[in-house]
Write a protein that binds this ligand. Structure first.
Ligand SMILES: [Zn+2]
Length: 133
């Protein structure tokens, strides 16, 4: 069966509708309608629009996943319903945004220096800019 999902990513102001097919999960998710295009993404055709917004959203999510995996000094672990769940320590909550060139800008200035160095190495060439001053 085909399903339509309305999606507003937390990485920009776009609103899109995409289609998935649970009888054919091997088929790629396909964008079918643009409800709203934010100023950064207006004018793109629908396929390109969806791919671009999705890539930015995944890049932002991947950033935190990468920290969870590789930078234990800023991570705490909680047990929720028997499962280990990692999250940023309260003192290392960070702000992120996208600049005009759609680089993910992450404010890590309060992180320990060792953590910032690790994150710099991990995020090289991934359109991720660290703000640490
Ligand atoms: Zn957008």
């Amino acid at each position: 069966m085909k399903h339509l999902t309305k999606w507003s990513p937390d990485t920009c102001g776009c609103k899109l509708v995409y289609e998935t097919d649970d009888e054919h999960p091997e088929l790629d998710t396909k964008a079918v309608e643009t409800i709203k295009a934010c100023p950064f993404h207006e004018g793109l055709d629908i396929g390109k629009h969806f791919d671009t917004v999705l890539e930015e959203n995944q890049r932002k999510n991947r950033f935190e996943g990468m920290i969870h995996k590789n930078v234990p000094e800023v991570i705490d672990t909680k047990i929720i319903e028997g499962k280990e769940v990692k999250h940023m320590k309260d003192m290392y909550q960070y702000k992120w945004s996208f600049d005009a060139d759609r680089n993910l800008v992450v404010d890590v200035k309060d992180f320990p220096k060792t953590a910032i160095k690790k994150i710099q190495d991990l995020t090289k060439d991934q359109k991720i800019a660290l703000q640490n001053s």
